[in-house]
Design a binder for this molecule. Structure first.
Ligand code: NAD
Ligand code: IPM
Ligand code: MN
Length: 369
């Protein structure tokens, strides 16, 4: 096959630290499985602001378009808190999602057996948990107009953001959720606030219609977002696939991460529509941020970044066996008792980012023979 083009964007804070551990895994793939990539790497976020004065260069957007897949670290640095929304580091990821049409952000939350005691919830509540949050990622209140901060005649200020969803935007992400459910436990919960928001009401109507027309074999339930937050803590295993808007999906997926033991565990894939040339735009990133509080200390958990790379192998390159191997290696390393500091576990060895990465590759080596 032609070269697999991979664009790596480490970003800020712990982004470059956890990305270094992925490099060990790509090296292993070449060494033991003969799988290679044409890799290029660029600056984004605060790192790009410091070098080029913008959080995302046009050339990087072009490279992202040309790549078969993008592996993203994280962006954000308190150093840039004073700059406006047209310049903040976070704009890098928001713009990439928009420019590449990456409207479906798949955020799986799976509990590894070794970590049932690491959740803040009781083991019997989280054991075996495997849910998929499908978060709409190019619309909603993140991008709606009008937006801004305006000064009123009396001198007071007013901050404005607008939640907007169209039929098309809701339908295409709904379709992703129903398709995924068919390959899983065949259940979709659609989550909005139709009791207070027109955009939520339209969301519910469009999902209901789509279900009746094309997916009546899938069990569909509707839930208000506030109730969903509560239900995720009360009884998370009632869920299989959750489909929701941009903001609710962001919040609910951070919440779901703690069911699995740590925010440092959760990967994601953000996918767009397949083009006429058969290519699917795709970006993979952990759901966590740049973690400024621990950046530079060598203690960040690299598992979310490594599992994001496993999702990349699975969805963009159809390398199912290799993706399975990486997930199994992570599971085995956790079973052996190794823990980074973010994972709550009493009496277990605390290791740094590099030791965790090395252990995963050693496990891969063992599996490959
Ligand atoms: P965060 O996810 O960076 O950190 C929240 C907490 O979780 C922190 O205590 C952090 O130390 C911990 N944590 C996160 N990932 C970890 C890991 N891999 N290993 C160990 N501990 C980990 O969220 P925040 O502090 O609210 O945001 C920090 C910055 O990151 C902000 O600028 C925010 O905008 C940005 N952010 C970026 C992305 C992204 O690039 N996709 C995602 C979320 C937040
Ligand atoms: C995420 C992040 C981003 C979001 C920020 C950094 C723009 O929190 O990917 O979860 O809100 O989408
Ligand atoms: Mn988030």
């Amino acid at each position: 096959m032609s070269a697999r083009k991979l664009l790596i964007l480490p970003g800020d804070g712990i982004g470059p630290e956890v990305m270094r551990e992925v490099a060990r895994v790509t090296a292993w793939l070449g060494r033991k499985r003969g799988i290679t990539f044409e890799v290029s790497e660029d600056l984004v976020g605060g790192a790009s602001l410091a070098e080029y004065g913008v959080p995302l260069c046009d050339e990087v957007i072009e490279k992202a378009r040309e790549a078969d897949a993008v592996l993203f670290g994280s962006v954000g640095d308190p150093k840039w808190n004073h700059v406006g929304f047209d310049k903040r580091p976070e704009l890098a990821i928001l713009k990439l999602r928009q420019e590449l049409g990456l409207f479906a952000n798949l955020r799986p939350a799976k509990v590894f057996d070794a970590l049932v005691d690491a959740s803040t919830l009781k083991p019997e509540v989280v054991k075996g948990l495997d849910i998929m949050i499908v978060r709409e990622s190019t619309g909603g209140i993140y991008f709606g107009d009008p937006r801004g901060i305006e000064t009123l005649p009396n001198g007071e200020k007013r901050g404005i953001n607008t939640e907007v969803y169209t039929t098309h935007e809701i339908e295409r992400v709904g379709r992703v959720a129903f398709e995924l459910a068919r390959k899983r436990k065949n259940s979709v919960y659609s989550v909005e606030k139709c009791n207070v928001m027109e955009s939520g009401l339209l969301w519910k109507e469009v999902i209901t219609d789509l279900h009746a027309r094309e997916y009546s074999d899938v069990t569909l339930s509707h839930m208000l977002a506030d109730n969903c937050a509560m239900q995720l803590v009360r009884n998370p295993r009632q869920f299989d696939v959750i489909v929701t808007g941009n903001l609710f999906g962001d919040i609910l997926s951070d919440l779901a991460s703690m069911l699995t033991g740590s925010l440092g565990m959760l990967p994601s894939a953000t996918l767009g529509a397949r083009g006429a040339n058969g290519k699917m735009p795709a970006l993979y990133e952990p759901i966590h941020g740049s973690a400024p509080d621990i950046a530079g200390k060598g203690i960040a958990n690299p598992i979310a970044q490594i599992l994001s790379f496993a999702m990349l192998l699975r969805y963009s390159f159809d390398l199912q066996a290799e993706a399975d191997m990486i997930e199994t290696a992570v599971s085995n390393v956790l079973a052996s008792g190794l823990r980074t500091a973010d994972i709550m576990s009493e009496g277990k060895a605390r290791v740094g980012t590099d030791v965790m990465g090395e252990a995963i590759v050693r496990e891969l080596d063992k599996m490959a023979g």
